[in-house]
Design a binder for this molecule. Structure first.
Ligand code: AMP
Length: 184
C-alpha cells in the first residue's frame, strides 16, 4: 500500500473524517492544513489572526503561508515513513511546490479523489456548524474549489496517480472503498 498519500475532493465530501480514520488504520501522520490553520487560530498566533478572517470568508490563505507550513510538517521525523495530505495542495502553485518539497525520491504514491454531489456537500457542511460554515462562505469555498482545486484532478490523473472513490454512504463503507483502492 502506498504510504505517501493525498486525498482530494470538494469541501464537505468528508475528506477530514476519512483521512483521520485511514491514518489511524495504517499508522501514518494526518497532515491537514485546515487543522493546522485552525490550531493557529485557537492559539491566537499572529498567523492565526491573519488566517481567521480569510478562512471565515471561504477564501484561500496565501500559497506561501500554507506551503511553508506543509514543508516544515513534512520535514518532521514522523513523516519520513509516510503521510496523508488532506486539504493541500489546493492550487496549481501548491501542487508544484509540493513536488519540490518531496523531490523524486519521496513523491506521492497515490491520490484519492473523494466524490460527492454538490447538494449532499452543502447539506453536510451546513450540518457541521464550524465558524466558516455560513452559507455565503460555503458558496465561496465551493466556487474556489471549482476554480482553483478541481484542475488538480487532471494534474494527478495525467500522472496515473489518481483514483476516484464514491464518497456517499456509510463512513465505514467509504473507508473500505479507499483501503481497497490503495491495496490494488
Ligand atoms: P479545510 O479544513 O480543509 O476545509 O480548510 C478550511 C479553510 O482553511 C479553507 O477554507 C481555507 O481558508 C484554509 N485552507 C486550508 N487549507 C488550505 C490550503 N491548502 N490553501 C489555502 N487555504 C487553505
Amino acid at each position: 500500500m502506498g504510504r505517501r498519500l493525498l486525498i482530494l475532493g470538494p469541501p464537505g465530501a468528508g475528506k477530514g473524517t476519512q483521512a483521520a480514520m485511514l491514518c489511524r488504520a495504517i499508522g501514518i501522520p494526518h497532515v491537514s492544513t485546515g487543522v493546522m490553520l485552525r490550531d493557529h487560530v485557537d492559539r491566537s498566533t499572529s498567523l492565526g489572526a491573519k488566517a481567521k478572517k480569510i478562512m471565515d470568508s471561504g477564501a484561500l490563505v496565501p500559497d506561501d503561508i500554507v506551503i511553508a507550513m506543509v514543508a516544515e510538517r513534512l520535514d518532521a521525523a514522523d513523516a519520513a515513513c509516510g503521510f496523508l495530505l488532506d486539504g493541500f495542495p489546493r492550487t496549481a502553485a501548491q501542487a508544484e511546490a509540493l513536488d519540490d518539497v518531496l523531490g523524486d525520491e519521496r513523491g506521492l504514491e497515490a491520490v484519492i479523489n473523494l466524490e460527492a454531489d454538490e447538494d449532499e456537500v452543502v447539506q453536510r457542511i451546513l450540518a457541521r456548524g464550524r465558524s466558516d460554515d455560513t452559507e455565503e462562505a460555503v458558496r465561496t469555498r465551493i466556487a474556489v474549489y471549482h476554480e482553483q482545486t478541481a484542475p488538480l484532478i487532471d494534474f494527478y490523473l495525467e500522472r496515473g496517480l489518481l483514483t476516484r472513490v464514491d464518497g456517499v454512504g456509510d463512513i465505514d463503507e467509504i473507508l473500505a472503498r479507499i483501503v481497497a483502492v490503495l491495496a490494488s
